[in-house]
Design a protein around this ligand. Structure first.
Ligand SMILES: *Cc1c(COP(=O)(O)O)cnc(C)c1O
Length: 366
């Protein structure tokens, strides 16, 4: 059996439909701004349980605009976990602020108990990351933020449709920042992203900030960025949105097959608690002899990945921040043990059972 970790071709079985969407946009000649954008913003805000959404060019720019608008500048600090995709930290650095890392729990989400100690007079924002489609403990994080009068930006890039305590990802904080990169559960045909907020004032300001800071055609009150989503990508996303619930349901089914099939004596993974509704952007297990298992699975035709093998505080780019090995024990230990198994919606039950058998066999015969 051959099971590649990434196979985007299955997503384009609807080739004819996508081409007809392209033709429609081409015929209308609306490329920047347009009715598909307006429609997408309405639909995605509703889906995310937020009052407003802004369609943007990437998840990374969604984070940048949110932090910029909240006034994050040189000398400020932003609290975030060190085990995310590199973009979460890069946006903080680009604004001249300092990322202040806080270690994670066994389920890879930021440890709320460690946040208070990391707060200083300079802390402007807490930025939890809902890694793998599992949300951070947002109720606790929001109450710490409120007590200290600090804003919250959710890096929700991997968690469209996820819930924690029955509240949607992206609806807790001042902003929810999402990616629609081709590898995310709701994906465009290229780079795209979006941002949610419950504040009308923030919504208007982000709209302007993403469009050169223009208030109207002629007036700019604050210099902005060019971070708009293409109308064409919005058209693709409006089509793909119709299928999102099915995608999530299928991924949840796949995760359940893993949870039943993997031998817990050898393979660690967190159950879904009653507070969680996880969307399984990735399915991550923690194992000993991770690298050997990865190679063994590859020999069996099974592609896997690691999210992420080098914690951000130990990246060469982070050197100037002065962190060192040993600063974040859980993140560092997990980076040696985590392995991401294929969980996408096109997999068959047999394929997942085969992966479980191979993994269990590797440890039983070791
Ligand atoms: C994908 C991702 C981003 C960046 O999103 P892009 O759309 O690729 O810019 C940021 N944070 C996390 C956690 C991500 O997974």
């Amino acid at each position: 059996m051959k099971i590649p970790y990434v196979d985007l071709s299955y997503k384009h079985k609807s080739k004819k439909k996508l081409i007809s969407i392209f033709e429609k946009v081409l015929d209308k000649g609306q490329f920047v701004g347009g009715e598909e954008i307006d429609l997408f913003e309405k639909k995605i805000a509703k889906l995310c349980g937020a009052n407003y959404a802004v369609a943007l060019n990437s998840g990374t720019d969604a984070l940048t605009l949110a932090l910029h608008l909240l006034g994050v500048r040189r000398g400020d600090e932003v609290i975030t976990p060190p085990n995310s995709f590199i973009a979460s930290t890069a946006v903080i650095v680009h604004l001249g602020a300092k990322p202040v890392f806080v270690d994670v729990l066994s389920d890879q989400s930021i440890d709320p108990k460690k946040i208070q100690n990391a707060i200083t007079k300079k802390t402007k924002v807490i930025m939890p990351v809902h890694l793998s489609g599992r949300m951070s403990q947002m109720d606790k994080i929001m109450s710490i933020a409120k007590k200290n009068n600090i804003a919250v930006v959710e890096d929700a890039a991997q968690s469209v449709g996820s819930k924690y305590k029955n509240k949607m990802s992206g609806s807790y904080g001042d902003f929810g920042c999402f990616s629609a990169h081709p590898l995310k559960n709701l994906n465009a045909l290229g780079d795209s992203g979006y941002l949610t907020t419950n504040s009308f004032k923030y919504y208007k300001k982000i709209k302007s900030l993403s469009n050169h800071g223009m208030e109207n055609r002629n007036i700019v009150k604050n210099f902005g960025y060019v971070s708009r989503m293409d109308n064409l990508q919005a058209a693709f996303l409006n089509y793909k949105l119709k299928n999102l619930n099915k995608v999530i349901e299928q991924r949840r089914k796949n995760a359940l097959i893993y949870m039943k099939g993997l031998d817990r004596r050898f393979v660690f993974f967190n159950n879904e608690t009653k507070d969680e509704f996880n969307t399984y952007h990735t399915f991550v297990v923690q194992v000993n002899s991770r690298n050997k298992l990865k190679k063994y699975l590859l020999d069996k035709g099974i592609g896997t990945s690691i999210h992420y093998p080098v914690p951000i505080h130990l990246q060469p780019a982070s050197k100037f921040l002065g962190y060192k090995k040993g600063d974040f024990k859980n993140t560092e230990t997990q980076s040696q043990k985590i392995l991401t198994l294929p969980v996408n919606e096109s997999l068959s039950v047999d394929q997942i059972k085969y992966i479980c058998r191979c993994i269990n066999h590797f440890y039983v015969n070791k």
